[in-house]
Design a protein around this ligand. Structure first.
Ligand code: GDP
Length: 296
């Protein structure tokens, strides 16, 4: 992930640092190269454009060009802008409510939603010592509910008993009641995905959210899908009150654009990164670390 972007940016910045003095034209040339590198990494166009505009304005203004190490200063401005683009500080789940706190997972089919539901449940029940209940509301995909139950057994987290034929809103209601009666700290709701964003899906999610009143609604996005991931995120964020994003398949060789665009497109923090198929392959998302990796 980010390898080719990192190489491209490394080249631009080596050339900048190599010069003693910098003119405004040098900065503008470098920023044009940065823009191309971002677009080739699949960063959404408006995101790349506003990033480069901001960096250019800061680098050309102030006293950067007259400083002793102008190249170094420009790289620092880029680093800071990159951290900001990724969401500044790391964001944790906000679960400090009277239990049960509800975490609702949404996203397209195949994005890694069910796996991520189990990963987060494992983290909450292990590291955070929470009593967690998981429920699958996916009545479309055959065996989706069984898949979650199997994962639950593996990670020793309870799942809501399956009632064949029950519809998502009713499952959500039953899950909430079970979580309350049985003293769970956190209820995780894994919703149904679709192959593409469609209105029926959105309406179903809104109905579930109305019933369950989640503290967190996390959009699960496959980072391998590049520009498509950006479109999906835009769609979801317009219709569902998301509180955060989880990027899956960060272990793959995605070009990274989805990760870089997600914060700007949704306005919500990236909370976790999925880094493998195993159920402990989940990391908190740290913008400054990711920026550091990109800039080497
Ligand atoms: P869902 O349809 O959105 O619920 O997707 P699933 O959770 O069933 O995941 C689809 C596939 O992606 C499964 O084979 C998962 O093991 C795999 N997967 C999920 N997250 C990751 C990840 O972060 N990295 C990798 N390499 N595979 C993942």
């Amino acid at each position: 992930m980010f390898d080719s972007l990192s190489d491209r940016l490394g080249g631009v910045f080596d050339r900048l640092r190599g010069r003693g003095a910098l003119t405004e034209a040098d900065v503008r040339t470098a920023m044009r190269e940065v823009r191309v590198a971002l677009l080739e990494a699949d960063v959404a166009l408006p995101v790349a454009r506003s990033f480069v505009d901001k960096v250019t304005e800061q680098a050309v203004g102030q006293n950067v060009l007259r400083s002793v190490t102008p190249g170094q200063q420009v790289v620092k401005i880029v680093n800071d802008a990159l951290v900001e683009m990724l969401g500044a500080d790391a964001s944790e789940l906000e679960l400090s409510v009277t239990p049960p706190a509800v975490v609702m997972m949404v996203g397209l089919q195949g994005s890694g939603k069910t796996t991520t539901t189990a990963k987060i449940a494992k983290r909450l029940s292990g590291r955070d010592r929470k009593k967690v209940l998981m429920a699958s509301l996916d009545v479309n995909r055959p065996n989706a509910q069984e898949q979650l139950a199997t994962l639950g057994t593996q990670i020793e987290v309870a799942t809501l008993p399956i009632v064949p034929g029950q519809q998502p809103v009713d499952i959500a209601r039953r899950a909430l009641q079970a979580a309350k009666l049985q003293g769970y700290d956190v209820l995780m709701l894994d919703t149904a995905g679709r192959l593409h964003v469609d209105q029926a899906l959105m309406d179903e999610m809104k109905a579930v959210a109305d019933i369950a009143v989640p503290q967190e609604i996390l959009l699960v996005v496959d980072s391998l899908t590049g520009q498509d991931a950006v479109n999906v995120a835009q769609n979801f964020s317009e219709q569902v009150p998301l509180t955060g994003v989880v990027l899956t398949r960060m272990d793959g060789d995605a070009r990274g654009g989805a990760a870089l665009s997600m914060r700007a497109v949704t306005g919500k923090p990236i909370k976790f990164a999925g880094t493998g198929e195993k159920l402990d392959a989940l990391e908190a998302f740290h913008p400054s670390r990711v920026a550091g990796r990109i800039l080497g």
